[in-house]
Design a protein around this ligand. Structure first.
Ligand SMILES: Nc1ncnc2c1ncn2[C@@H]1O[C@H](COP(=O)(O)OP(=O)(O)OP(=O)(O)O)[C@@H](O)[C@H]1O
Ligand SMILES: [Mg+2]
Length: 352
């Protein structure tokens, strides 16, 4: 549905001397009907990139293909028609305060010279879809944040777009309203088959509705994949930092190292060994049964030191750091057993 090829956006530095790249040779492919997340630190170039999709931003170089058509080769008039296929919603809703809910949603249709009757026919079902029928005659100042965003969504849908771009659309909303808005976007994606591109800094948003995610850093896409894969095993430092809690469980805090060291070197039965392990979910497994089965089967004891386990679209991801004790032979068998059940095992004993 969307194919960005070698997108580069160069801007002048604030001091007027030299230039910098807000996007640098970015290639991105987004499938029809997908919900695609773009995450990254502030200033990474996310908004710049997404605004290239409807050419609100004309990139310095690169090609933008939407639904098989090369937008970068179009005249302004052709582009205007194509832009109607691409709706956009924003963090601060961008509603006109002097217009009612109905008239805000109607605005794009008025601008396209749609007859009055056709406008009513179009707007009322959209208000119904977003659950605002009763509020049609209110003004934005009389609405809650969530309701305002729903007006924004209805307005973006008024020209029957194929794509919906969302730039931090839930960032100004409380968690409950965010949830409701995400459910609405999910419904729109499913019922209308819309392709949705979501820029967000909220990992919960990505987790909740995106199928794929790209991570941007300094104008470049540094990581991309199915959400579950990226969340389970973030490769880049930026992604790990953005995933926050999952990261802290990946490394052992300095305060704990001494205790673990003591534990590992403490005296024990002659034929027994102790290992420090990190388990990372890499397949569709739930570690708890795998771990307890392994320990039961191979007569091992374990003690969990750190853990962070969460779910994305009903698949678990995360890490567990633990010490495990038993005979060396059984330990090796247990590692085999755990690995073959979709959990990556790293022995960190020598790191301590
Ligand atoms: N019109 C412009 N002229 C000059 N520099 C710009 C312009 N638009 C954006 N930039 C710069 O490009 C970089 C990327 O900006 P962009 O808005 O794409 O970041 P972002 O990832 O969306 O950040 P945020 O999460 O804060 O919204 C920033 O350093 C920004 O200051
Ligand atoms: Mg932005």
């Amino acid at each position: 549905m969307i194919d960005l090829q070698h997108i580069t956006q160069e801007y002048k530095n604030a001091d007027g001397k030299g230039t910098f790249f807000a996007c640098k040779d970015v290639n991105l492919h987004i499938d029809r009907g997908d919900i695609f997340g773009i995450i990254g630190r502030s200033g990474a170039g996310k908004s710049t990139l997404v605004r290239c999709i409807n050419l609100l931003n004309r990139p310095t170089s690169g090609t933008v293909i939407v639904d098989g058509k090369d937008l970068t080769k179009m005249t302004e008039e052709q582009l205007r028609a194509e832009r109607r296929q691409i709706g956009m919603i924003f963090q601060h809703f961008n509603l006109l305060s002097s217009r009612t809910v109905f008239n805000n949603v109607a605005l794009p249709l008025e601008l396209a010279n749609t007859p009055k009757e056709a406008i009513t026919k179009k707007v009322m079902p959209l208000l119904e879809l977003v659950g605002l029928t009763e509020h049609a005659n209110k003004y934005p100042s009389q609405l809650s944040g969530g309701q305002k965003q729903r007006v924004g969504i209805a307005r973006a849908l008024s020209s029957d777009p194929k794509i919906l771009l969302s730039d931090e659309a839930t960032s100004a909303l409380d968690p409950e309203t965010t949830q409701a808005t995400l459910q609405l976007l999910k419904k729109i994606n499913k019922e209308l088959g819309l392709t949705i591109v979501m820029i967000t800094h909220e990992m919960d948003v990505v987790k909740e509705i995106c199928r794929r995610v790209a991570v941007m850093d300094k104008g470049v896409i540094v990581e991309e994949g199915d959400v579950i894969d990226v969340f389970r095993d973030p490769k880049c430092e930026v992604t790990q930092a953005m995933l926050g809690t999952a990261v802290s469980a990946r490394s052992i805090p300095a305060s704990m190292i001494e205790r673990v060291r003591k534990l590992l070197t403490s005296p024990r039965e002659l034929n027994k060994a102790m290992h420090l392990l990190r388990l990372t979910f890499v397949g569709s497994s739930t570690t708890a049964p795998v771990l307890s089965q392994a320990c039961h089967k191979f007569e091992l004891d374990f003690n969990i030191l750190l853990g962070q386990v969460d779910e994305v679209q009903s698949e678990s991801y995360g890490t567990l750091t633990l010490v495990i004790e038993g005979t060396e032979d059984n330990y090796l068998k247990a590692v085999d057993f755990i690995s073959s059940n979709g959990v990556r095992v790293e022995d960190l004993t020598h790191v301590i």
